[in-house]
Design a protein around this ligand. Structure first.
Ligand code: ADP
Ligand code: MG
Length: 269
């Protein structure tokens, strides 16, 4: 099976855990894996150490995103494609997994269209239009490059930095990056590992649901999880068989998710 796994920034606060690396080694012989990671919390921390306070905006659809100006995209790229990406690659290689860390810029792996404007909601609940900064919407993934690596038994580790039309780095969401990659590779599964067991609705974990059910639930889902809901819909619509949202903090997070233990499984119907 081909599995795309997204490691949420919330489970990478102390780097990738040894348990998770071990679980990857367990799952790998039978499967092909592509890893995508987040790391927003660490970007914010390091930016503040550099004296660059981060600002966030919320869209009318409930997405919370980083306001990414020129200084911020430089810090974002340094932390995502540098520190976090290399820590994961090193941890995997320490357990004998051949892995290659890439950002979307490398080999034009993830191309995006720069957002000219963003619609945000201000403190009083009014819609305002702001400059899009260095954020983008993914419009192309270089699947050939990924196949080259996967077929040669490398585990690609991908940072959510895309390449814009004018050859500039762009901040793209990690969940959406993983969904796009899973879609173009026609992956069997997309697994989103985060710091909660899965999607909660009305105070309860939802073990299973279909695309139309998650669409109907969108207005009840909060920041963080809403991006995963949209990523799931996007992946399933582009041909991925199943999306699993699970905790990445358990002992055998990945193998349990593959067995549908303690998580949310979203299917095409
Ligand atoms: P990651 O770094 O894994 O992307 P996020 O913080 O972006 O993590 O997203 C996960 C968070 O989404 C959870 O920690 C939780 O606080 C939040 N969340 C909002 N709404 C829900 C929901 N309906 N079910 C589960 N988690 C939710
Ligand atoms: Mg997130």
């Amino acid at each position: 099976m081909l599995i795309v796994v997204k490691l949420g920034g919330r489970i990478l606060e102390r780097g990738i855990s040894p348990e998770l690396v071990l679980d990857v080694t367990k799952v790998l012989p039978e499967n092909q894996i592509v890893l995508v990671h987040g790391g927003g919390v660490e970007v914010t921390e390091i930016a503040s150490k550099l004296g660059k306070k981060q600002e966030f905006v919320v869209s009318p659809g409930g997405f919370r995103s980083r306001y990414t100006d020129k200084e911020t995209i430089d810090i974002y790229t340094m932390v995502m494609a540098g520190k976090i990406n290399k820590q994961i690659v090193l941890a995997l290689q320490s357990q004998g997994i051949h892995s290659i860390g890439l950002s979307g810029v490398d080999g034009s792996l993830v191309q995006a269209k720069r957002k000219k404007k963003l619609i945000a909601i201000d403190e009083r609940g009014r819609k305002i239009v702001i400059d899009g900064g260095y954020t983008g919407t993914i419009d192309n993934v270089n699947a050939q490059l990924l196949w080259l690596l996967i077929r040669n038994d490398y585990v690609p580790v991908i940072a959510p930095v895309a390449m814009g039309n004018e050859f500039e780095p762009l901040n793209v969401d990690g969940d959406r990056t993983a969904a796009n990659i899973a879609g173009v590779l026609n992956a069997d599964k997309l697994i989103l590992l985060t710091n909660v067991q899965g999607l909660m609705l009305n105070g309860k974990l939802v073990p299973k649901l279909g695309v139309s059910e998650i669409r109907e639930a969108l207005s009840k889902i909060g920041h963080g999880m809403i991006t995963k809901a949209y990523a799931a819909i996007e992946a399933l619509e582009s041909g991925v068989n199943e999306v699993i949202i699970a905790s990445g903090l358990e002992n055998q997070s990945l193998s349990s998710a593959l067995e549908h233990k303690c998580c949310t499984v979203i299917s095409r119907e």
